[in-house]
Design a protein around this ligand. Structure first.
Ligand SMILES: *Cc1c(COP(=O)(O)O)cnc(C)c1O
Length: 427
């Protein structure tokens, strides 16, 4: 067993992968682990077990969905039960009703919902709905917000593209580029100017930015968006693909007390299986086919397996102390990291909310994408690499978030802290 990085088994798989996949992977951030990614054989609770025989404490958690940790026994049981009853019918199934009812009960602004298969599909559909509802073409999004990998969402997007210094606009027609207006996050005066100047169908925003590292909304930013969109008859769309069921059962909208017109969901509501959803006011959702004129369809929409995994996950969130455990883990890990960095006299900013945090080196505050990009990402990467050698997996990219889960109990956190002490002292 090799505690220092990956060994020969991962390396051999990587050599094969480079022949098969662009850049060796099927989603770019996975190639950010250097010199090559470790390959995972199995997972349980807070741990990944690599093909090289190494155990890693996982703070990536599938980049967000695994809020209960890996293979929570109840979710695993419900997935297996559903597999034994069939996993695709091409007809409605009872479990989609149960999951929809649960989401609508918890999410303050949701009256109706449409299930799709990814967060990408969800935001694409929400934007189409906003256009269908308002009869306007343009949308407003924020620099560094990530809404998935479709053409409209990719204008000035955050996430892995930032890491690889690639413009996300390559391959996107100028005619589409020109329908997307951009403001800096937390800049309400830009939003007001744009809404005044252009006919904007909808403003889409991550209520907490989770794809540029972690960036929090300043006091009154979301409230300001709500008021401005209302007065210019534009829809407010919260992209809660990360924050939905992570900041609490009522998502960011419950956490901050602001109701959007539409909400996009994904990640946690599928319990680790592929999913996306658009929820919102009934009169807007009813515009979708077959009751309305805005088209959406999907072979795998509301597939019973994703529905069962999502339903089981929310049931666990309702009855177990997942939020407390995950928040405590994030608090203990990030506070220890802050103390260690301060003691070493290193300049940094640490942004944190509930079970999410990220650290930025060399900067005093990070309130938008421009400030995030000024951070010293080499030092972050070095920290990631040393932590990995010590058995702790935090994202390889500065522009992702360090997530905790209900499986990150005090013993897991204590091990994490021991590794962090060693890493920072040697940084
Ligand atoms: C992950 C993410 C998406 C895209 O979801 P996929 O399921 O990866 O397509 C959209 N919006 C936000 C805020 C995300 O974090």
């Amino acid at each position: 067993m090799d505690q220092g990085g990956c060994s020969v088994l991962s390396e051999n798989l990587w050599k094969e992968a480079l022949k098969l996949f662009a850049g060796g992977v099927n989603s770019p951030v996975r190639a950010a682990v250097k010199p090559y990614p470790f390959y995972v054989d199995r997972s349980e609770g807070a741990f990944l077990y690599t093909v090289d025989g190494k155990r890693l404490i996982d703070y990536v958690l599938g980049y967000g969905p695994l809020f209960l940790g890996h293979r929570h026994p109840y979710v695993e049981k419900k997935i297996i039960e559903q597999v034994q009853k069939g996993w695709l019918y091409g007809t409605p199934s009872p479990v989609e009703i149960k999951l929809a009812e649960k989401i609508i009960r918890h999410l303050p602004s949701a009256q109706k919902i449409r299930f799709v298969n990814s967060g990408t599909e969800a935001t694409m559909l929400a934007l189409r709905l906003a256009r269908g509802y308002t009869g306007r073409e343009k949308i407003l999004k924020f620099n560094g917000n990530y809404h998935g990998a479709h053409d409209y969402g990719l204008v000035e997007a955050g996430s892995a593209a930032t890491e690889f210094n690639v413009s996300t606009s390559n391959g996107i027609p100028l005619s589409i580029r020109n329908t997307v207006e951009i403001c800096e996050y937390n800049d309400l005066s830009c939003v007001e100017k744009t809404l005044k100047k252009e006919d904007i169908a909808g403003v889409i925003v991550e209520p907490v930015m989770g794809n540029m590292g972690l960036i929090l909304p300043e006091k009154d930013f979301l409230k300001g968006l709500r008021e401005l969109t209302k007065s210019y008859n534009s829809l407010l769309i919260f992209d809660e693909v990360i924050t939905g069921f992570r900041l609490g059962l009522s998502g960011a909208q419950g956490y901050f007390g602001i109701n959007p017109d539409l909400t996009t969901l994904g990640k946690i509501i599928g319990g680790g299986l592929p999913i996306g959803a658009v929820a919102g006011r009934a009169e807007i959702i009813d515009l979708l086919t077959p009751s309305g004129k805005v088209f959406n369809a999907g072979t795998f929409n509301a597939n019973p397996l994703s529905m069962a995994a999502g339903l089981a996950t929310i049931e666990v969130l309702e009855r177990e102390k997942v939020y407390d455990t995950a928040k405590e883990a994030t608090k203990a890990f990030s506070e220890e990291l802050s103390i260690l960095l301060e003691r070493k006299g290193i300049t940094f900013t640490l942004n944190r909310i509930e079970s999410m945090f990220q650290v930025f080196f060399g900067v005093k505050k990070v309130t938008n994408a421009t400030e995030a990009k000024q951070a010293d990402k080499n030092t972050y990467f070095k920290m990631h690499q040393r932590m990995l050698e010590g058995g702790v997996f935090i994202p390889p990219s500065q522009f992702e978030v360090i997530f905790s889960s209900g499986a990150h109990n005090s013993s897991v956190v204590n091990t994490t802290i021991e590794v962090t002490r060693k890493v920072i002292n040697e940084l």
